[in-house]
Design a protein around this ligand. Structure first.
Ligand SMILES: *[C@@H]1O[C@H](CO)[C@@H](O)[C@H](O)[C@H]1NC(C)=O
Length: 132
């Protein structure tokens, strides 16, 4: 009796959140939330990124966020807003790592000049995240 009640409440909770309860913990440890900000325009965008070491196109990821303007993404900084212990992410453009964030250094300036906010065009750039 007790367990069937628990099941009913479990199902209710599941349908309300629309996320199967059993998978939440797994997802939380296997993805970070990556934020790109454009300090010039004030726009930012956030996306969950799986810690699977797969390069993911920045444009493809952020095209439905406010940092996507005129067919590309301009950003001045990158930040992890949901951190997983041991997580590392890089942004690569033209096969160079232009920014790196991890579970301790969660913020990275993209233009290479901390004193200025110069938006960097991330067209053709890739984000890759993994867990050390
Ligand atoms: C990010 O953008 C939202 C609006 O889309 C804004 O409310 C929020 O303050 C911004 N955050 C930062 C850190 O600029």
């Amino acid at each position: 009796m007790h367990s069937s009640l628990a099941l009913v409440f479990g199902l209710l909770a599941t349908s309300i959140s629309a996320i199967p309860t059993g998978s939440i913990d797994t997802r939380q440890n296997h993805e970070v939330v990556f934020q790109l900000s454009n300090d010039k325009s004030g726009a930012n965008g956030s996306k969950p990124i799986a810690l699977d070491h797969e390069p993911k196109g920045v444009i493809e990821l952020f095209k439905d966020t406010p940092v996507f303007v005129d067919g590309t993404v301009y950003a001045t900084s990158a930040q992890l807003t949901k951190i997983v212990a041991g997580a590392h992410c890089t942004i690569q453009k033209d096969s160079h790592v232009i920014a790196e964030v991890n579970d301790r250094a969660t913020y990275a300036d993209l233009d290479g000049n901390p004193k200025q906010a110069i938006p960097v065009n991330l067209g053709g750039a890739f984000i890759s995240c993994w867990k050390a």
